[in-house]
Write a protein of this length. Structure first.
Length: 300
């Protein structure tokens, strides 16, 4: 593979200075690829976007894009999803996402992939949120949300955005470039390595969990059931630590599915999951001790 940096960055231009960066003592600016991503968003109201807002908005939009074609809601806090849900209608998806973790959702960034209506707007005025992004806000919803003067509202077609093929990130003395992790999830390519084959519902739950877990910062563990996250363990120094956080987030997670963004180095996470009633696990494999985890699944 050959990457041409000048071609990758072609067209990038200065958009605006930001109030400050991640912290108040850091200067910051926003550069965009015109016609791509957040540069196309229309801000309807609220304070100017901050550095942290933009980072979290990218995380929210990237996650909700996993569910194109079905009503979905995503709540992001510090770049991690704390509530993700799908439902037959957008209001139900929003309620289910918020109910996943109301405490963590407070002050979050919310992405919806359908029009925000009156019901959604009334719910969104019930607590403090930083920003709401959706393809459209109907007139009554805009009137209701206008009472929250500082709430940022962005109209953006989250399902039909032009995006660069690559992610860029600065490091000390340089920049690293990689392809976006946006390849469609394809359960047909998955391999069942245990004696018991997953049920249809378990496959549905694992598919949902696998779509979301790649948007959680590693070490990442995600618990899901019936189209909603139940627990998220993010950014811990070991996988068991992330598992304890995710598994302990809700009182009842029995029969749910667990997804891990990395392999299990030992069988301890499988045994811990069993203690909480988890019935199905999806993980990439690749550990030299994979068989230890597989044997634990078969035993339990």
């Amino acid at each position: 593979m050959t990457l041409n940096f000048s071609e990758i960055t072609k067209g990038i231009e200065f958009k605006e200075f930001l109030r400050y960066g991640e912290n108040p003592h850091q200067e910051a600016a926003w550069f965009t690829f015109p016609g791509q991503g957040l540069s196309e968003a229309k801000q309807l109201q609220g304070k100017e976007l901050s550095y942290n807002n933009l980072i979290d908005l990218e995380a929210a939009i990237s996650t909700v894009q996993e569910f194109s074609g079905e009503p979905a809601a995503v709540v992001i806090k510090h770049t991690n999803p704390c509530g993700v849900a799908i439902a037959p209608d957008i209001y139900s998806a929003l309620i289910r996402a918020l109910d996943a973790d109301r405490i963590s959702c407070f002050g979050g960034i919310i992405a919806l992939n359908e029009t925000v209506d009156v019901e959604c707007a009334k719910e969104l005025t019930g607590a403090f949120y930083e920003c709401i992004v959706a393809p459209k806000f109907d007139d009554q919803a805009k009137e209701i949300l206008s009472t929250k003067k500082n709430l940022r509202l962005l109209e953006l077609d989250v399902d039909d955005m032009k995006l660069s093929t690559y992610n860029l990130r600065s490091i000390l003395g340089g920049i690293v470039v990689q392809e976006r992790d946006n390849k469609p999830v394809d359960p047909i390519k998955w391999e069942v390595v245990t004696e018991r084959i997953p049920t249809t519902q378990e496959m549905i739950d694992m598919t949902f969990a696998w779509k979301v877990v790649r948007h959680v910062r590693s070490n990442a563990i995600l618990i899901a059931r019936d189209g909603r996250t139940l627990g998220v363990g993010a950014g811990q120094m070991n996988r068991v630590g992330s598992s304890r956080i995710a598994l302990g987030a809700k009182d009842d997670i029995s029969d749910a599915a667990m997804a891990s963004d990395g392999f299990f180095p030992f069988g301890d996470t499988v045994r811990l999951a069993n203690d909480y009633g988890i019935k199905a696990i999806i993980q990439p494999g690749g550990s030299i001790k994979d068989q230890e985890s597989i044997d634990a699944c078969n035993e339990l």
